[in-house]
Design a protein around this ligand. Sequence first.
Ligand code: EPZ
Length: 422
Amino acid sequence: MDIFVIKGGVPLSGSCRASGAKNAVLPEMAAALLADGPVEIVGVPALRDISTFGKLLGILGAEVTRGPDATGRETLRIVPVPASTAEAPYDLVKTMRASVLVLGPLLARYGRARISLPGGCAIGARPIDQHLKGLELLGAKTSLAEGYIEATADRLTGAPVRFDVKTVTGTENLMMAATLAEGTTVLSNAAHEPEVCDLARLLRRMGADIEGDGTDEIVVRGVRSLRGTRHEVMADRIEAATLLVAGAITGGDVTVEGADPSRMGAVLDKLRESGAEVTGTPGGVRVTRTGPIRSVNVKTAPYPGFPTDMQAQFMAYMCLGDGFSIISETIFENRFMHVAELRRMGAQIDVSGNTAAVKGVPKLSGAPLMATDLRASASLVLAGLAASGTTEVLRIYHLDRGYDTLESKLRYLGADIARVKE
Ligand code: EPZ
């Protein structure tokens, strides 16, 4: 297994480009199952989750190839064929919960699906009750047998669906299922995340009739079929925010090309509040920090609130704040795995329930650390960049799920970081 070796204390400077958004590509790959022709997704990052999802689509009968398009941009080409088996096997689903995203498309297109019920994961139980409730309201019959969800539907029928909680993939699953249902579906209390909107843009290009994405209420009018198309995926706002925090935590000057400030408001506001200077550039966002890090409070919330996927990274930054920072995680019940590792570097953090009290310290010291989940791994890398001495981050495969060659981007910005075989 690979590890990162980081020699901290180097202020990062320069500019790099954000990759395509993992959490937009995954639902868009599932959406390809709905099409009568090839779907091409342009600007796809090289991530483990994306290759895993490609394997899943292959098992479901689709042909998935990837490579540079005429302009050299990495492109996924998905040609759906009538599913030889509409089953997502446990050994795949257990490694990637996003597999549940094939449920809606398989039901809408083929009238049946057998998906391993995703187990919990490091950050929480992550049930899919809202996905199943919504699909049943559209007429699907679901049952659970041997750890698999079996779902069937002659033809889905549009219906009103109100989510009990804001769920990103729940909204995406139902939006996809509704595109081929008979009649109109209204999704209330829908998730507003930009990735939901990017998926809606793809579905409209395929011929779907969708309005209201990005608001609490999404209206989908069913159509008979959807066609293949070509779609350029949005930039990854979480990767971009992670790189900007890398600039701030090291007291550097970092520009991320392709970052869209209109989709990162909550994080950019907190960076400004912490004393960093945040400015828009013609094609991205620039962060510089010269003065002290001011401790600020953070509470995660559904979009457009502060994203839970940035909580761990921002906590690393607050470990070096000039006072107390209260960080509340309201989305997942166990997303503080980075705390124990940060403490090993000298951070002073007290956790009570879903709230962490971070008392800023003048410096962190490098140490050998263990990555546990995707965003916790990023948090440890950021802390290592700012710490004095050497930090080793083990189990980097967690990071490779959601960051495309992060060490290359950081090295390009001046970081002393290397990936070595353990
Ligand atoms: C998506 O996960 C993202 N993954 C996550 O990113 C992200 O952290 C999360 O949204 C929140 O923004 C993808 O888009 C592939 P949810 P998702 O359904 O859809 C509860 C990363 O780091 N809930 O919005 O699985 C759930 O337990 C990953 O890139 C139910 O109770 O999250 C959680 O507490 C991690 N029942 C809350 O809702 C359901 O049926 C939000 O979960 C569904 C969800």
